[in-house]
Structures are given as structure tokens and as C-alpha cells.
Write a protein that binds this ligand. Structure first.
Ligand code: GLU
Length: 407
């Protein structure tokens, strides 16, 4: 069962049972408020028009404007976008920011588009959804294969259509376009704050703790570097094509090798591994920072890590979750572990709305206590009900959402 939306609903049901959720609210939360499905005709460089399919799911806005990224990927689907928007609702509520849940996407392999095609596609997508977004309505941001530059094009298109400035309508922008200091590394940094708290609870010593990171994008790449700075031993990393493993992995050499060859594989002194093999390596901490549905009932019993820190959205299926729990593996769920990104998007939104500019030091001075508080609340909820951390985060989040729902 790898339909992400079905998985999300299984997680909802599990939390609803524990917290004795009002049955009408439970029923309402099984559906997104609204899903926009749009065609995105793009004039390609050769003069021909190609039509892409785009989505924007606005799941719930009880706590504030819908909030969440836009993904460009060939596997985007209606159910994926719905699931991701549901998880955004839970994520924003877990870290207690006044934002709801949303997510968008276009079915496209953006690596096959030229920069000008990418810009035209991003602008047409905004032309199709602009009446339903805005700083007080729905605030998009980057997600897989979307960047600060793309956010800048989108905001520019949006403001042209709107007829006036509304810089808080889109976050994750470049600094020059009104973005926030720290946003680029914020997801990884937030994950590191969580790892530090967890290490205190579990008595993990960085110098004796090995880590494998799946994914080398904005999240996995920075996460590896910051964790290494904390003294952790990063022994494996991968990108979408595969990875490498070595007890003495040299991160500088690895990033340089990837830049030079376009791949991390075949780095001298390391062993090539597939993405599937990376998950099964004998490490202490596994950090999935790529796609959903990586840890499933088919590979879960081969996972040797004692701790999984979900920096990707939805990397573990509910069936695998159950087995991990039985196997004594601690899973720090996506809605907590990777929430530093959206929390900093919220800080960007606040700066835009109030016309302020915070330094990176100021941003992280706000992010750190926010993440630690969320971690403590989720940990307490886990102890209170004797449940796993994911269900605890859901319970805490859905309590907040439910208390603000109009019914
Ligand atoms: N795409 C990121 C996420 O999944 C960030 C969303 C945002 O900043 O709104 O959390």
C-alpha cells in the first residue's frame, strides 16, 4: 500500500483513536478543503507548445493561510499532492506556527527543460492559480526541484496579476527578492536541532555515532555537513543515481567529486551502493532526505539503524512504521524533523508582512527554541500515551487544528 494519501489517512486514524478525536472533525479531516487541477501550456524553445499538469491542494486553514511547497517531479500525482498538503497541516501545527497545510506540484522532469522553459512554465502555473493564493490565503514555497529563483519568478508573476506588491505571498525566495536569511539551510539546521535533543534523550555520543544520508539536495547535503560539524561520522551518502559508503568518507572530496563528475559514485576509497542498499547499511542513524516510500514492508526488516530521522516527507510507510516500532527503532517523523524549513518560511512571511529584515543569527535564534519546544512537546506526548513519535506529533498537531476548526 504505497498510495501516500492512503498512508496519510492511516496515520490520521491512528492518532484520532489515541486522542479520542471528535468524529465529525475526524471525518472532515479526511478531505482537503480544495484541490486545484490546472493545465500548464508552455511554449517550448522549439516553438511547440507542451501541456503539463499542475495541482495545488489546500488541505486545511484552521490555524492560518495554507502553506507548503511546490514540487516539480515526474511522479507528482493528485494523491501525492493531497498527502503532502495533509502532512503540511500536521507539520505547521506540530511546531505551532499559525499556518495551515497546502502543497502544489507539476508533473515534469525539470532537468529536461531549459531555463527559459522552466521560467515560462512557472509563470503559467501561477497564472492558473493566482486567484487562490496570497499572503493571507495560501503561501507557496520551494519543494523538490524548485528553487529560490523559481519562487522569484512566481512572485513576480503573481504581483503583476494582482496589481500590487504582496511579498509574503510566496516564501523561499532569494534574499534579493525578499527572502529570509537562513532559509536555504533552515530545513537541515532544524533537523540538527532535533538530532541534538534526541541524542540527549538516548545518550548518543556524536564521535561514536555513524550516519547514512539518502539525498544530496538542499536538505541532505546541508544536514550531512552540519552533523559532521557536530562530530558525527557520516559514512554514506547518495543522490538520485546512487551512493557511496566508507567508514572514512571524506565529505569535501565527495562534494567535489559530484560537482566534477555529476555523480557521487566511483569515488576512490569508497564502495558504491545503490539507494536501496544505503538504507540497509550498518549505521546508527539513517537520514532519508529524498523521496517518500523508501522504507516499506519489503525492506524494513533489513534496516540496521537504531534511529531514523525523516528529513524527506513520507519516507516510511505505515506498515513499515509498525515493524520499526516492534524492532525498537526510534523514528523521528518528517512533520517534526524537517519542519525547520516551513518554520523559517513563516519567519520570512513575518518579515515580508511587517517589512522587516532579520539577520541569519536572529533567524536561528528564533528557530532553535521553536524546534526544541516542538521536540519536547512531542516527546512528552509520546510518554503520556506510550506511543511512537509520529503518532505523538499527530496527536499534538491535530489537537491544535481541531480546537480552531469551525464546526
Ligand atoms: N517544502 C518544504 C516542506 O515540505 C517547505 C514548505 C514551506 O516552506 O512552505 O516542508
Amino acid at each position: 500500500m504505497n498510495n501516500p494519501f492512503e498512508n496519510a489517512l492511516v496515520q490520521l486514524d491512528k492518532a484520532a483513536k489515541i486522542m479520542n478525536l471528535d468524529k465529525n472533525i475526524h471525518e472532515t479531516l479526511k478531505y482537503p478543503d480544495r484541490v486545484l487541477m490546472v493545465s500548464v501550456p508552455v511554449q517550448m524553445d522549439n516553438g511547440e507548445t507542451k501541456v503539463f499538469s499542475g495541482f495545488r491542494s489546500q488541505y486545511n486553514n484552521a490555524l492560518g493561510p495554507y502553506k507548503g511547497g511546490i514540487r516539480y517531479h515526474q511522479n507528482v500525482s493528485l494523491d501525492e499532492v493531497k498527502a503532502l498538503s495533509f502532512w503540511m497541516m500536521v507539520k505547521c501545527a506540530t511546531v505551532n506556527i499559525p499556518m495551515g497545510g497546502g502543497k502544489g506540484g507539476i508533473i515534469v522532469n525539470s532537468k529536461e527543460l531549459s531555463e527559459s522553459e522552466l521560467e515560462r512554465m512557472s509563470r503559467v502555473y501561477i497564472q492558473k492559480i493566482w486567484r487562490n493564493i496570497g499572503s493571507q490565503i495560501d503561501v507557496p514555497a520551494p519543494d523538490m526541484y524548485t528553487t529560490p529563483k523559481i519562487m522569484g519568478w512566481m512572485l513576480n508573476e503573481f504581483e503583476k496579476l494582482l496589481g500590487h506588491a504582496d511579498p509574503g505571498a510566496i516564501t523561499g525566495k532569494a534574499i534579493a527578492d525578499g527572502g529570509s536569511a537562513g532559509r536555504e539551510t533552515a530545513t537541515a539546521q532544524g533537523g540538527v536541532y532535533v538530532v541534538r535533543e534526541l541524542a540527549k534523550k538516548l545518550g548518543l555520543k556524536p564521535a561514536e555515532t555513524t550516519v547514512a544520508v539518502q539525498g544530496m539536495g538542499n536538505v541532505g547535503g546541508f544536514m550531512a555537513k552540519i552533523l559532521r560539524g557536530d562530530g558525527y561520522k557520516i559514512v554514506a551518502m547518495s543522490d538520485s543515481k546512487g551512493g557511496v559508503y566508507s567508514e572514512n568518507l571524506n565529505l569535501e572530496a565527495l562534494f567535489k567529486h559530484k560537482e566534477e563528475t555529476g555523480s557521487v559514485q566511483n569515488l576512490e576509497g569508497t564502495q558504491n551502493v545503490t539507494n536501496a542498499e544505503l538504507l540497509e547499511l550498518p549505521v546508527d542513524i539513517l537520514v532519508p532526505a529524498a523521496m517518500e516510500n523508501q522504507i516499506t514492508k519489503d525492506n524494513v526488516n533489513k534496516i540496521k539503524a537504531k534511529v531514523i530521522v525523516e528529513m524527506a516527507n513520507g519516507p516510511t510507510t505505515p506498515e513499515a512504521d509498525e515493524i520499526l516500532k516492534q524492532n525498537g527503532v526510534v523514528v523521528v517523523p518528517d512533520v517534526l524533523a524537517n519542519a525547520g524549513g516551513v518554520a523559517t518560511s513563516y519567519f520570512e512571511w513575518v518579515q515580508n508582512v511587517k517589512n522587516e529584515k532579520w539577520t541569519e543569527v536572529e533567524v536561528f535564534a528564533k528557530l532553535e527554541p521553536l524546534m526544541i519546544k516542538a521536540f519536547d512537546e512531542v516527546w512528552e506526548t509520546k510518554e503520556k500515551y506510550s506511543i511512537d513519535l509520529r503518532t505523538a506529533a499527530f496527536v499534538k498537531a491535530i489537537e491544535r487544528v481541531a480546537s480552531k476548526m469551525k464546526h
